[in-house]
Each structure stands twice: as structure tokens, then as C-alpha cells.
Design a protein around this ligand. Structure first.
Ligand code: UDP
Length: 485
């Protein structure tokens, strides 16, 4: 009976850094809610290696390796965008080892796990769940608005039905018209029969049939997105996000930080509160070489302090050595001598930077983790979306939250130093629009903190904490009902 249930929950993240880390955070949150749950995260060897590097025994999380024959393609991280559909299609082969894993758990526990929580892109998990007598829930590691835009675009391809430069997106109010020119090129050319659509459409459709969705957002900060998602999927949606971005420690890195922590902290400590511009494009993106030069010139001319995470520009091995010739002549030396900027290669401790009082604005690709980390610390955003659902995140940050201005969109955008300078000035201006953005970001910060608040007396619980408790209660109730039947 339910009383003797081992309370096993199996998590199945997609094979990308930006997905692994919220899944790990979710595992920790469930453990934090009640130690009675056993959590297994199932993924491929490379991704397990990353997860191992960021957990310890104290986390008490189990890991299961899913054998995957495509050794060189286990993560989107080192893949050119054109290769991502291959990885997606190959990932379908995980279904068989995953099914075996659930069978092994059943043999060991004596009954099926409570549920499988799978990524939106692994909709096939519902078939495994249905056939082996467990429940399936979907976890979107993105925000509600961005997720909703992305799934609606893939499922309806509305831009294919019109020639106009903007179009309405099914599920969205008319006022949120979307711009054709901002669509990623692979989405713009998708016709339902291309490799992207042939993966996305069935997987998303299957996920829409799961028993409910968890969303990596906070109810209060995304009222529109959450409402749209609920109306569209007709399933319960629990907003459980924010806890990991509030800490100072990145939940998952699997990366080497290329700057001495003391040096960085000392440098940040020396700057005025709210004066530093932090520039980074997430875990797997970079920009074009002329964009890089113009960005450098604009930063230099702004005379404002900055920390910039640089990677080789597009067309070069993103994991390779960074060459100073990719920056304007003498740039790094001038910046160091003038103490204006720190150029960090490949990877920086992002949460440490965003949580430092000196950081004033984040020039970001608008990946959802970066957004949550920035807003959790009240830092407004200069958007430069590059891929995935980032364009829609950026639109939401501007139109719904009022915490952002956009500097550029996509890797093909032509960027001039004057524009960089202008946008930085707007964002850093304490009064006008910049002041407004900062004020809005501070309010959102409070909402994220409140949503994750657990008062000592256990009485006041924030919405994210409560949503996770409600979700777990819901699963336990559903399971015990099924057991009685
Ligand atoms: N990140 C970091 N240091 C870096 C770049 C990125 O710690 O130099 C972390 C960042 O804190 C965030 C994640 O990598 O948690 C990036 O996730 P996001 O969803 O923003 O973008 P993605 O990498 O999925 O495009």
C-alpha cells in the first residue's frame, strides 16, 4: 500500500547543460521537501559525469546511466546548430534503456516508481510510464511564456501561413504579435517535414498528454505566461522555480572557472555599487567576429567597468584557445591597465557575479537560467537573444516585465559600437528607462525570494515551495487511488 511505497521519482532531463542544471535543482528541491522520496536522475555517461562533478553524498540523489551509442554526441554543448537535430533523433534510442531502467526499479522496489518527470523534448517517456504502470509529468526548464511560444510555434508553424512580417501566435493574445525576422533560421524554414519539426512536433505533442507540467518559473513574475500555458495544455501547471538562482553557488557547472575567485571578488569589491556590466552568452553560445569587435569597442567607449566572458567567435572551435586578435588591438591590455574591465575566457562563476552588489546590468543571450539568476538579484538585462526560445524570453522581459532593452537579436544582427554605447547608457541610467528597469527588476527579485520563502514556523510558504508540495501530494494521491482500484 501507499504507506510502504518507496516514493521513487525518476527524472529524465534532455541532453543539454541548460536542462541538466534545473533537473538537478528540482531533485534537490524534492529532497528538501521530504527525505522520504528517492530520486534517480537518468541520463547518458557524459551528462552523468557533469552531474557527479556538481553533487556530493549529502545530496543523496541516485544516478542511472542510459547507454547511448553516439559517444561524440551526448550533449548539445559542443554541437553546431545544424547537428542538433541529429542528436535529437538519436536521443530517441534512449527509450529502450530507459524502459529497462524502470523495469529494474520495479524489480528492486517491488512496485513501479511514483512517477517519471521528463523533459518536454522527451515526450516518449509517457509511453514508458503508461506501459509500466507509473505516471508521467513534464518539466519545462524554461519559463512559461518562452515555453508556450516555443511549443506553439513548433506545433502550428503560424509564420508559414502568412507573408506578413509579423504574425499572431496561437494561444497568445493579439497584442503579443511575433516578428518573423526574429525567428531562428531553422524555425523560419521549418515546414513540418524537416528534421527539426519531425523531432519537435511528436515529442511536444506527447508531452502535452502527460499528467501535468512543472515549470521552472515563479507564479507571480509570469502571470501572463502561466495563464497561457494553463489554458493551452489543459493540465495542472506547478511553478516551482527560483530556489537555485537565489544561491551564490551554481547548481551545476561541469566547467572550469577561468578566473581566480579572490581576484574576481576583489575586483568587484573595488567597484561602485550597481556600476559593473556583466556580459555572457550562456553555456554554449558565442557571437560573430565583427559583433565581438563592435561589442568590445562599445564597452571600452562606455568607460564603465565590465566583466566579459569571451569565447572564440562563430566559425571557430568554441572550446579552442581564445586568441587576442579576435578583440580590438591592445584591448585586453588597455582594459587591465585602466582597471576598466575583466575579460574571462570561456566560463565565469556567473551567480557570484550577479549576486555581487557592484553588478548593475547583465548583457545576456536571455537563456532562462541566466534570466532567473539575474532577476533573483534584481539585475536588469540588456538582451541579445541567440537561439532556442531566447527571442521570446527577451520579448517577454521587455513587454511584460519591463526589465530589459534589446541590443541585438541573433547571430546575423549587425551591431555597431554606437548602438552598444547607446543601449548601455540607457540601461545604466539611474533615472529614465534604466531606472524603471532597475525598479521592476528589484520588485521581481522580491517576488522570487518570497516565492521560495519557508518561514521557521513552517506556516508561511512561498508559492514555489507550496507548488512543489502540492505537486508531490497530487502524485501521492493519484498513486494511492490507482493502487486501491
Ligand atoms: N554559466 C556560468 N558561467 C558562464 C556561463 C554560463 O556559470 O560563464 C551558467 C549560468 O549561470 C547558467 C547556465 O550556465 O546557469 C546557462 O544557462 P542558460 O539557460 O542561461 O543558457 P544556455 O546555456 O542553456 O543557453
Amino acid at each position: 500500500t501507499a504507506l510502504h511505497h518507496p516514493h521513487h521519482i525518476v527524472l529524465l532531463p534532455f541532453l543539454a547543460h541548460g536542462h541538466l542544471s534545473p533537473f538537478l535543482a528540482l531533485a534537490r528541491q524534492i529532497k528538501h521537501t521530504s527525505k522520504a522520496f528517492t530520486i534517480t536522475i537518468a541520463t547518458t555517461a557524459l551528462n552523468l559525469k557533469y552531474l557527479h562533478q556538481s553533487t556530493d553524498h549529502g545530496d543523496d540523489i541516485l544516478f542511472a546511466e542510459l547507454p547511448f551509442s553516439h559517444h561524440d554526441r551526448q550533449s548539445t554543448e559542443n554541437l553546431a546548430i545544424s547537428k542538433i537535430p541529429d542528436l535529437c533523433h538519436e536521443s530517441l534510442s534512449l527509450q529502450s534503456p530507459f524502459r529497462q531502467l524502470i523495469r529494474d526499479i520495479i524489480a528492486k522496489d517491488g512496485l513501479p516508481p511514483l512517477c517519471i518527470i521528463s523533459d518536454v523534448f522527451f515526450g516518449w517517456a509517457i509511453d514508458v510510464a503508461n506501459s509500466l504502470g507509473t505516471l508521467n509529468f513534464t518539466f519545462t526548464t524554461g519559463g512559461a511564456y518562452g515555453t508556450m511560444a516555443y511549443i506553439s510555434l513548433w506545433l502550428h508553424l503560424p509564420h508559414r501561413q502568412t507573408d506578413s512580417s509579423d504574425f499572431a501566435l496561437p494561444g497568445f493574445p493579439e497584442r503579443c504579435r511575433f516578428c518573423r525576422g526574429k525567428l531562428n533560421s531553422y524555425l523560419r524554414s521549418a515546414d513540418g517535414d524537416d528534421p527539426w519539426s519531425r523531432f519537435m512536433q511528436p515529442q511536444i505533442s506527447l508531452s502535452l498528454k502527460s499528467h501535468g507540467w512543472l515549470c521552472n518559473t515563479v507564479e507571480e513574475i509570469e502571470p501572463l505566461g502561466i495563464k497561457l500555458l494553463r489554458d493551452y495544455i489543459h493540465r495542472p501547471v506547478w511553478s516551482i522555480g527560483g530556489s537555485s538562482s537565489l544561491s551564490k553557488k551554481n547548481t551545476y557547472t561541469g566547467k572550469e572557472v577561468n578566473i581566480c575567485s579572490n581576484k574576481l571578488e576583489k575586483w568587484l569589491d573595488e567597484q561602485e555599487p550597481g556600476s559593473v556590466i556583466y556580459v555572457s552568452f550562456g553555456s554554449q553560445n558565442t557571437i560573430g567576429s565583427s559583433q565581438m569587435i563592435e561589442l568590445a569597442k562599445g564597452l571600452e567607449r562606455s568607460r564603465k567597468p565590465f566583466v566579459w566572458v569571451v569565447r572564440p567567435p562563430l566559425g571557430y572551435n568554441i572550446k579552442g584557445e581564445f586568441r587576442s586578435e579576435w578583440l580590438p588591438k591592445g584591448f585586453e591590455q588597455r582594459m587591465t591597465e585602466a582597471k576598466q574591465g575583466l575579460v574571462v575566457r570561456d566560463w565565469a562563476p556567473q551567480l557570484k557575479i550577479l549576486s555581487h552588489k557592484s553588478t548593475g546590468v547583465f548583457v545576456s543571450h536571455c537563456g532562462w537560467n541566466s534570466i532567473m539568476e539575474s532577476l533573483s538579484h534584481g539585475v536588469p538585462i540588456v538582451g541579445w537573444p541567440l537561439g532556442a526560445e531566447q527571442v521570446y524570453n527577451s520579448k517577454m522581459l521587455r513587454e511584460e516585465m519591463g526589465v530589459s532593452v534589446e541590443l541585438a537579436s541573433g547571430v546575423d544582427s549587425i551591431v555597431y559600437e554606437e548602438e552598444v554605447l547607446k543601449v548601455i547608457d540607457i540601461a545604466m541610467d539611474g533615472n529614465g528607462k534604466g531606472g524603471e528597469m532597475r525598479k521592476n527588476a528589484s520588485l521581481i527579485k522580491e517576488q522570487i525570494i518570497d516565492a521560495n520563502n519557508i518561514r521557521e514556523d513552517g506556516k508561511v510558504r512561498g508559492s514555489s515551495v507550496k507548488a512543489l508540495e502540492d505537486f508531490l501530494t497530487h502524485v501521492l494521491t493519484m498513486t494511492s487511488k490507482e493502487e486501491i482500484q
